[in-house]
Write a protein that binds this ligand. Sequence first.
Ligand SMILES: Nc1ncnc2c1ncn2[C@@H]1O[C@H](COP(=O)(O)OP(=O)(O)O)[C@@H](O)[C@H]1O
Ligand SMILES: NC(=O)OP(=O)(O)O
Length: 314
Amino acid sequence: MTKRIVVALGGNAILTKDASATAQQLALIKTANQLAALLTANSDWQVIITHGNGPQVGNLLLQQQRGSNKDIPAMPLYTVGAMTQGAIGFWLANALNQAFMEHGLDHQVVSLITRTIVDGQDKAFQRPTKPIGPFYSPKMAEHLQGLHPDWTILADAGRGYRRMVPSPQPLDIIEAPIIQHLVSQGITLIAAGGGGIPVVRVGNSYAGIDAVIDKDYSAAKLAELVDADILLMLTTVQNVYLNYDTPQQTKLTHLTVAQAQQFLDEGHFAPGSMQPKIQAAMNFVRRTDKTAVITSLDNVTGYLQSGLGTIITN
Ligand SMILES: Nc1ncnc2c1ncn2[C@@H]1O[C@H](COP(=O)(O)OP(=O)(O)O)[C@@H](O)[C@H]1O
Ligand SMILES: NC(=O)OP(=O)(O)O
């Protein structure tokens, strides 16, 4: 039976240790092969792929600022976000074309520049929480904070210090109707990369605004807007756990929204990593009564064949 599925790719799908263009493209070829398994097993499924851009947007922003002068000005964050959406979308389209060919699939692929509408008054603009770019040691973080008093540098989920930028909630995705139209024609879409380029409505038009939208929240919004059956969030862990990373760790295979809310309130899901995925899953399931899945990129086949992963329903 035809299903429409929105796949949200986590950071490890694109960037491992090496941030070079070559290494990221190689990582995406591996990712594309894992995604091709989805369509090999279900050639009539309609697939929309979205991805993050946190490391890439932060790295490119640093390069912009280091190499700029009055004749070659640094681009603002929202434009740098658009640049990374374009670059990753290009790499991923190439990788999918190759993987589809190698799997004998004749699906066409389109990477779409996508704008996400946010509220310019969102409280996120007063409290930056989205980590971008490289990780810093405590000493380097202190040094950089001295050099850039306007930056917010905070600990990122116990993994080191990173620059934080505002991350407002996605309210709407301008291109959602065209995405829905294209995917219903069987075209595989890459859309809303990096959460979508953040824009606000200004009169009859839209203006970019400096922020990075969380790709899990925008994936949930996109899945809702295109009437998807499944929101599939692919990360590094096969399952969500209670008491994660402790001796009491317990695997969750099926969660209702009510249970997810309870465990969220009890603090089982770390802010900045698992918490936005759970919240995004709950948003999608509550609004649509459909299914969200959190599992690892390596487990796409395990999910498809045996339902492995953490499945969230009403
Ligand atoms: N309760 C939990 N269950 C499973 N993983 C968790 C939990 N809390 C935090 N995590 C962490 O969340 C990570 C996934 O978040 P993150 O790395 O930010 O995602 P992304 O793949 O989108 O980049 C996992 O690799 C794991 O280390
Ligand atoms: N935009 C975004 O959420 O990127 P990451 O997933 O890379 O943090």
